[in-house]
Design a protein around this ligand. Structure first.
Ligand code: ADP
Ligand code: F6P
Length: 323
């Protein structure tokens, strides 16, 4: 019978992680269990850095970005020795099951624990939205809204000066954030790793937009694209005389991760947190809890780790039609 569970946040922090921690703790308390928070992701498992969390300890965090538990990239956990230490510490602390809130790498870590016989449930959380097993992950909506605010502001100054701007957004190797920011922000162009790209085609498109009377041009570029922001800015700088315009770069970077979670992320995180805890109560661990086709969904961690999430090609087509 379960008496004590632990929860950690791992990888890049995402707005809504705190709401997920709160939901895990309060649902655990509701089931009559003790809940431990693990500091700094897998690092805390290896160091045995656990703290008991009660109902009141997670008060006032629902609306806060980041993660009260801290997060980390922990190379040692990728080794069998690191995983052995982690399981040793979990057993020593009397933890019956673990909840891992994080993205791709973190859930590969969850799988490693599962394969070594430790009960674990993952919660889909990363701003990149590159995790199989969830159509949308915790943090994406807030990060997108932050990118949109920047795009809207850049548009205003671009229009005043008839200029073209490049906005680089995060996403690691995945173009989801860039594509959605381009559609929602009404960008004139989008550059993502999933689609072949020629800077001359982009130049022709911007020149055509100017000819059609547009007062500005905004191009959203994914950090993981072959032509990332720096390379594209350099290309346009080099060909400025011939093209008649340049493309100045703004890199949003970590600004996108640090926002206070919006309503969507708070609700998604609360639902996934409660559902992950319910999986432990049912004794059905070894899965990722995500959101698929508008409902809660569980996927075995093996499938999550081996599948690559694909971008919706229809959205790529839509971005082309609308820009
Ligand atoms: P995210 O979870 O946001 O994708 P990372 O890819 O940085 O972030 O992964 C977070 C952590 O998960 C890593 O620092 C490491 O501790 C753990 N991890 C990543 N890949 C593996 C793996 N193949 N096996 C075990 N643990 C892993
Ligand atoms: O995975 C989230 C993310 O913000 C990616 O979009 C980005 O490539 C990466 O983390 C940045 O990592 P770090 O915060 O370690 O620089």
């Amino acid at each position: 019978m379960v008496q004590r569970i632990a929860v950690l946040t791992s990888g890049g922090d995402a707005p809504g992680m705190n709401a997920a921690i709160r939901a895990v703790v309060r649902t655990g308390v509701y089931y009559g269990w003790e809940v431990y928070g693990v500091r700094q992701g897998y690092e805390g498992l290896i160091n045995g850095s656990f703290q008991p969390l009660g109902h009141r300890d997670v008060g006032g965090i629902l609306n806060r970005g980041g993660t009260i538990l801290g997060s980390a990239r922990c190379p040692e956990f990728k080794t069998p020795e690191g995983q052995r230490k982690a399981i040793h510490n979990l057993n020593r602390a009397g933890v019956d099951a673990l909840v891992v809130i994080g993205g791709n790498g973190s859930q590969t870590g969850s799988l490693a624990l599962k394969q070594q016989g430790f009960p674990v449930v993952g919660i889909a959380s990363t701003i990149d939205n590159d995790l199989a097993g969830s159509d949308i992950t915790i943090g994406v909506d807030t990060a997108l809204n932050i990118a949109l605010e920047a795009i809207d502001r850049l548009k205003i100054t671009a229009s005043s000066h008839q200029r073209a701007f490049l906005v680089e957004v995060m996403g690691r190797g995945c173009g989801y954030l860039a594509l959605m920011a381009a559609i929602a922000g009404g960008a004139e162009g989008v550059v993502i790793p999933e689609v072949p790209f020629d800077p001359e085609e982009l130049a022709a498109k911007i020149a055509d937009a100017y000819r059609r009377g547009k007062a500005h041009a905004i191009v959203v570029v994914a950090e993981g694209a072959e032509y990332n922001g720096k390379r594209l800015e350099a290309y346009f700088e080099q060909h400025k005389e011939r093209l008649g315009f340049d493309l100045r770069l703004s890199v949003l970077g970590h600004i996108q991760r640090g926002g206070a979670p919006g309503a969507y992320d708070r609700i998604l995180a609360s639902r996934l947190g409660a559902a992950a805890t319910a999986q432990i109560e049912k004794g059905e661990t070894g899965v990722l809890v995500g959101w698929v086709k508008g409902a809660l969904h569980t996927t075995p961690l093996e499938l999550v780790a081996e599948q690559k999430k694909q971008l919706d090609l229809g959205l790529i087509e839509l971005a082309k039609i609308l820009d």
